[in-house]
Design a protein around this ligand. Structure first.
Ligand SMILES: [Zn+2]
Length: 512
């Protein structure tokens, strides 16, 4: 709901502290968002923010009045840096979990969330595709290659919700240039607070959103009901100048035309219509809006009016970020690869793994049979590669090279593939040999729990197949019998294959 007077923003600023504290009490252990409280804190510290806020509001109102929505007509890309501040291994969340949050932002800010269909009919005409893409930075403020993820070890058990994490004089970590990057901090905030954000009026050194590690992303350390990445979607909304749908006041104003006026926040698992009476008028709350306080699986949409507010911001106070070089490719940080590691050595395949070089787009893996000069070359952009089709029992050399003008080859690694039998030469309990030593007939007895085909092969000690038999086993006939009378004396290997599993046992043949 949008009111006419811009002077009401002063009321929005100065009154709501008590409203927020009442809200906090209602949320039991976990508290959705402390952005508004933090804003009050910031203004008290930096009163000059008030003038900046009003300028931004004036520009936003003008932008909306001119109907300049869709001005850019395309997607905006925001370079993101994620600062992971951790005390424990658990808090030091994985790259996959970080990426799951980036994916969740892209899902919800591009109206690609499948639960958009749950928006009630009366609001479905107001949903917006905000056309904003979030991407982990590939270039840091110094122009060097980066993964867009920075990790800091801390001894602090909790950080609170008043920006200490960004204040270097409070043991925190400076943000990256906010005119170029969206800074997201992930840490243990404490006191059950899920997140808070700066607003565009905040001082540059306090710019960025902070999310608790239990509410960041859609996997790993996230905890229901805040496990769909929507804490960050909500907080980034504040960072882009969106206000809570109830305007942080009793029937307050969020300066958006197409959200209904709302008395207060809605909490928890809200699935039934909620209503507000504001100025004597009853309207249904837009509880499904990302800027309410409901659980992650109850919020589904931004409105066209909220999108206008966001676009206005990127035409004014945050315009510079659209010209950021934070996502531009960089030259690799080095051309020289370390020695690769060989893993999972099998008779006909190995997996080669190596350390990432930031900015490197492609890696060449080369290998050759020992004693030849025929290097076989493969390329990948991943950090591992499986070489198939190797000869068993052979020695190979492997080396690597980056996709780099001045790059030289890595140190060579030598590996040897085992023979097929060696890979499975584990003592088996799945069958028994009787008698062993054997003179004439040998019985290979199986522990048959179900009927099935078994294939028995007998190799001599040089690995040469001497005989084999396939037989369908049942509980009544659980054995394969072979006449070994003609076999020279010595050790043999019995290989049995059943249900796709091969096992091996030694057999001693003796003569009369
Ligand atoms: Zn909020």
């Amino acid at each position: 709901m949008r009111k006419v007077l811009h002077t009401t923003i002063l009321i929005f600023l100065l009154l709501p502290l008590f409203v927020v504290s009442i809200n906090a009490q209602e949320t039991s252990q976990r508290q959705r968002c402390h952005s508004h409280e933090n804003l009050m804190h910031q203004i008290a510290e930096h009163p000059e923010m008030l003038e900046k806020m009003q300028n931004i509001e004036r520009q936003t109102a003008q932008f909306a009045a001119e109907g300049r929505v869709e001005m850019r007509g395309g997607q905006m890309t925001i370079p993101v840096v994620v600062h992971i501040v951790y005390r424990t291994d658990v808090e030091n969340i994985s790259v996959e979990q970080i990426q799951s949050q980036i994916d969740a932002l892209n899902r919800d800010y591009n109206k690609q969330n499948s639960d958009i269909t749950k928006v009630p009919a009366e609001f479905s005409g107001r949903t917006a595709d905000c056309q904003i893409r979030f991407q982990l930075a590939s270039r840091d403020p110094q122009g060097k290659a980066t993964s867009g993820i920075v990790r800091y070890a801390t001894t602090k058990t909790k950080w609170g919700a008043t920006d200490d994490i960004k204040r270097t004089n409070k043991g925190g970590y400076a943000n990256w240039d906010p005119t170029k990057y969206l800074n997201i901090y992930v840490c243990n905030i404490g006191d059950g607070i899920l997140g808070y954000a700066s607003f565009p009026s905040s001082p540059a050194y306090l710019d960025g959103v902070v999310i608790d590690y239990t509410a960041f992303g859609t996997m790993g350390t996230v905890r229901a009901p805040f496990n769909k990445g929507r804490t960050c979607v909500h907080e980034v909304g504040h960072w882009m100048n969106l206000i809570h749908v109830w305007g942080d006041l009793d029937c307050g104003d969020d300066y958006v035309a197409d959200t209904p006026q709302q008395k207060d926040a809605n909490y928890g698992n809200v699935t039934t219509p909620q209503y507000s009476i504001c100025s004597g008028k009853t309207t249904r709350d837009m509880t499904v809006n990302f800027m309410d306080y409901v659980n992650d699986d109850c919020m589904f949409m931004f409105t066209a009016g909220q999108k206008t507010r966001i676009q206005a911001l990127f035409a004014s106070a945050r315009a510079s970020i659209l010209n950021s070089d934070g996502c531009m490719p960089t030259a690799p940080s080095t051309c020289d690869l370390g020695k690769p590691t060989i893993k999972d050595v099998k008779s006909t395949s190995v997996t080669v793994v190596w350390n990432e070089i930031l900015g490197m787009k492609k890696y060449s893996i080369e290998y050759k049979l020992d004693g030849t000069n025929n290097w076989i070359v493969s390329q990948t952009s991943n950090l591992s590669f499986t070489i198939n089709g190797l000869v068993s029992g052979a020695t190979y050399q492997c080396r690597m090279k980056g996709d780099c003008a001045e790059g030289s080859y890595s140190e060579e690694v030598t590996f040897k593939t085992p023979t097929a039998l060696q890979t499975k030469l584990s003592e088996s309990r799945s069958f028994a040999i009787y008698p062993n030593p054997v003179v004439h007939d040998v019985n290979i007895m199986f522990d048959v729990t179900s009927d099935g085909l078994v294939n028995v092969q007998i190799f001599d000690s040089n690995g040469v197949l001497k005989t084999q038999v396939a037989k369908n086993l049942t509980k009544n006939t659980p054995a394969v019998s072979l006449d070994l009378t003609e076999f020279p004396s010595g050790f043999y290997l019995v290989v049995a294959e059943k249900d796709g599993e091969r096992s091996v046992k030694k057999l001693l043949k003796v003569n009369d």
